[in-house]
Design a protein around this ligand. Sequence first.
Ligand SMILES: Cc1ncc(COP(=O)(O)O)c(C=O)c1O
Length: 417
Amino acid sequence: MFEVFEELESNVRSYCRKYPVILDGALNAELYSADGEQRYIDFLAVAGSMNYGHNNPEIKGAVLDYLKQDRIINALDMYTKAKEDFLESFENLILKPKNLDYKVMCCGSTGTNAVEAALKLARKNKKRNNIFAFSGAFHGMTLGSLACTTDKVSREGAGIALNNVAFMPYCNSKIDSIGYIEEVLSDDHSGIDKPAGIILETVQAEGGINVADAEWLRSIRKICDKYDIMMIVDDIQVGNGRTGEFFSFERAGIVPDMVILSKSISGFGVPMSLLLIKPEYDIFRPAEHNGTFRGNQLAFVGGKAALEYFTKHNLPSEVKRKGAFIENFIKTEICPLDERLSYRDIGMIWGIDFSEIDSKLALECAHLAFDNGVILEVAGRGDSVLKILSPLTIEDSVLSEGLYILKNVIKKVLSDV
Ligand SMILES: Cc1ncc(COP(=O)(O)O)c(C=O)c1O
């Protein structure tokens, strides 16, 4: 059934091994196999790229209109009408109402490209090599971002030393993370160079749904101010409304020096990444971080339509409502299955942690869930966390159906232990 892929595609392919199906159709939070036989509830959302649902009609409509008019599709970073419209919408619908003053840098198509830009720009601004990242972090696969990424398998792929990054304990560490960072920075014998920037996820998604508390985020902001370090928030996976606000750091009332967006920013699942930069740090010379695909016009068109959708449909309140529904379900239907199960969450990103029972059960649940028509992945140390990440637009009935399937799957897996 999969001969074409097995014969012709590289060994590096991964998700397809967890979900052995040839997919074709996709509508909001449902996916369909190419043979039309299988329907899957999507609790993966292309790793956070489909916050607005697959083929969202309002976003698709804007993209189709654009395509019908023979307008330019790629334009490097030349001025285009589509980019002008996107930038104005982003300013008027998102940045201005939140009192945020950022320059928008259009980066290459993937998230990791914008992470690279952020690291380069921090180093250029502060004229220092070192970066602080956090245990449990995931920032991407190119060398600079990979140096800030912690999981062993990813790092082993680098083939060369990953350096110029020092890892600090994250908010969820047993160590007093803030105290430790303060000590490292204030001790002239700590042996760790002062960094140009501190890069962090406010919620470590790949790291196992580790949610930094607001006070911790504020302390990091204060440390950055005190030691003249740039605070970089990687909002690639948990931005675009995932946590209940457009940006995930809003709940802490902080303003990072740089913010990285990708995944759902194009609204439509097409590649796009942005780096938001406080104006005083916007010092790249023209072409100093170049790239062919920084001018994907379909992404600008979809992105503008997505921002309008976000505002018009008040997605933050939808996320709060559905998040409360998921919480109630997990508390009343899933946790009672075994008192050693725990969960972590914010907005519409949820993790069910099996580590107190047996880490490998999370993956068993993901496999069985797939067999029962729900696609979701595992995350965290030892892959011990089942991660629920549906489109934010998922219909209530589909959400509920997926959760009931998940409950039965977990029940079955636990009963076989
Ligand atoms: C927080 C975070 N940063 C960076 C990346 C890398 O993005 P991309 O895979 O588009 O390069 C990801 C991807 O999962 C991510 O979740």
